[in-house]
Write a protein that binds this ligand. Structure first.
Ligand code: XMP
Length: 516
């Protein structure tokens, strides 16, 4: 990648590490996360322009606490330490750290003690409301460091050495609760480190297309599975721009997609982009293999295996295929750091069940460096239509894990119709893009109802509509009751076989977003 400014974040296990990286990128500077144990030479080879030391749950100086190679500070790079990162700076340069009498979590009032580049241009001149989360604090700064700020419970809440360009903040400038936190980060990037904001989605697209062209030899073909979701679509459009008709996309209709979904995706991609696309209608094969399967994990396995069978058959029919394109994102490749020290846990769920090894294909993952919000920006720049850019996440096993219990064509059809009403009404009420996911679930029970003069004994549909930022936690959306009423009325009136609609009011945790 051709960016000049590159901030490397050394991760000590904070829950906010990814947020730091996103904030820095929002400021137009490329940033990457690496474990705090990264080898010094590897770090140098990354050609950092500045370093950020993240927070972390440990206490500095204990046996099992993550350390840093002190020679990192001899590289002459600007360094910002946040929370644990600040304590580590204090420790390495000879200051003292002690547990605080009462741990400090949440909002605190920061008072500026002296002027420094980090406080440059802030609207508030005397202090800020900041977000704290720590059990230890610096009790004596290193000799050549100045104390820059304090709160009512910690005397040393920010330290710095202007000459060395090394600064430490006890609070978290990356979280939204810290007033003007983004300005403090900007000040570090631009006033202290003097970086150039040269990371943008249009430069990413240009660089990416060029490197894809260099990477894939002219006589080799690439195959890419399309799901209709944003990630695989962006991968396909980028590759299409890079290598044109040497990209071959495959959309497998597994019979558990939403109403008309496969066809809509094909039409959208054909209308907007002239992409090679095979639409494989494998509904019967999937549904026959799913027949009688009740267990959710078994459903997932059957669908995963069948997908591989179908995809392999289709892909091997394309002559000269050497590459498999995947929509792996940055959060999937960051090595996570655990409390007891870094562990290299790389999630593998994006690897389509060992397909690359099985088919002897090389992997091409053009989105490996991007966060999800950046993928959306790339999609918009590439002219991908809103219907795909803002589409809710949809699980690989699709409606199969929303028809609770056994799957039959009849039950799938009931769910598909109910789900379509949920989608349409959320869109009509302008709520579709405000929620994380909204869908219907068909329950494996029947209840009594009355329609006209007749008693009925029919299915129950549950509505699951949630707010979330990353699907790790979620809460049920406080949807206006008129919208819920309209969805419920329409489902009961229009979907034959349903006489009851219920609304799921559970949060995650302890519930999950999906019911199976
Ligand atoms: P849960 O139900 O675990 O879901 O709260 C979190 C997010 O993951 C999606 N999900 C899946 N996606 N294959 C997928 O591709 C799956 O088997 C699967 N199960 C859950 C879910 O829709 C939500 O966005």
């Amino acid at each position: 990648m051709q960016v000049q400014s590159r901030v490397i974040i050394l991760d000590f296990g904070s829950q906010y590490t990814q947020l730091i990286a996103r904030r820095i990128r929002e400021a137009g500077v490329y940033s990457e996360i690496h474990p705090c144990t990264v080898d010094l030479q590897v770090l140098k080879d990354l050609r950092p322009s500045a370093l950020v030391l993240s927070g972390g749950p440990a206490s500095v100086g204990l046996m099992e606490s993550p350390e840093i190679d002190p020679r990192v500070f001899d590289l002459g790079l600007p360094v910002l330490g946040i929370c644990y990162g600040m304590q580590l700076i204090a420790h390495v340069f000879g200051g003292s750290i002690e547990p605080v009498f009462s741990r400090e979590y949440g909002r605190a009032g920061l008072e500026f003690i002296r002027d420094c580049p980090l406080w440059n241009g802030l609207t508030r001149k005397d202090g800020l409301t900041v977000w704290m989360s720590h059990g230890d604090s610096v009790t004596r700064p290193p000799d050549d460091f100045q104390v820059l700020g304090r709160t009512s419970s910690v005397e040393i809440a920010a330290i710095g050495n202007d000459q060395k360009k090394v600064f430490g903040l006890q609070f978290h400038p990356e979280v939204a609760h810290t007033e003007e936190g983004y300005r403090i980060l900007h000040n570090f990037l631009f006033k202290v480190a003097g970086l150039t904001p040269d990371w943008s989605m249009s430069s990413f697209i240009q660089d990416n297309i060029q490197s894809l062209q260099e990477m894939i030899p002219e006589d080799e073909q690439v195959v890419c599975g399309l799901s209709g979701g944003i990630d695989s679509t962006v991968v396909a459009v980028l590759l299409h721009k890079a290598i044109g008709k040497r990209l071959h996309c495959i959309l497998v209709d597994n019979g558990v997609l939403r109403h008309n979904e496969g066809r809509e995706v094909v039409e959208t991609l054909e209308k907007h982009f002239d992409i090679n696309l095979r639409y494989v209608q494998a509904q019967d094969l999937f549904l026959s293999r799913l027949s009688g399967v009740k267990d959710p994990e078994e459903k997932r396995k059957v669908i995963g295996r069948t997908f591989i069978d179908v995809f392999e058959r289709e892909a091997s029919a394309i002559p000269g295929v050497r590459w498999l394109a995947q929509g792996t994102l940055y959060p999937d490749v960051i090595e996570s750091v655990s409390f007891k020290g870094p562990s290299a846990v790389i999630k593998s769920h994006h690897n389509v069940g060992g397909l690359p090894e099985k088919m002897n294909l090389k992997l091409v993952e053009p989105l490996r460096e991007l966060f999800k919000d950046e993928v959306r920006k790339v999609a918009l720049e590439l002219g991908i239509p809103d219907t795909i850019v803002w589409r809710h996440p949809f699980p690989g096993p699709g409606l199969a894990i929303r028809v609770i219990g056994t799957i039959t064509p009849g039950r799938l059809e009931i769910l598909r119709k109910a789900d379509r009403i949920v989608q349409n009404e959320l869109m009509a009420a302008d709520w579709y893009t405000k929620v994380w996911q909204g869908f219907a679930v068909l329950l494996p029970l029947k209840t009594v109802g009355v329609m006209g003069d007749e008693r009925t004994y029919e299915h129950v549909v549950a509505l699951r509509i949630v707010d979330s930022v990353d699907a790790m936690t979620a809460d049920w959306t406080r949807l206006p009751s008129e919208i819920l009423a309209r969805i419920s009325n329409r489902i009961i009136n229009e979907v034959q076989g349903v006489n009851r609609v219920v609304f799921d009011i559970s949060s995650k945790p302890p519930s999950t977003i999906e019911w199976e």
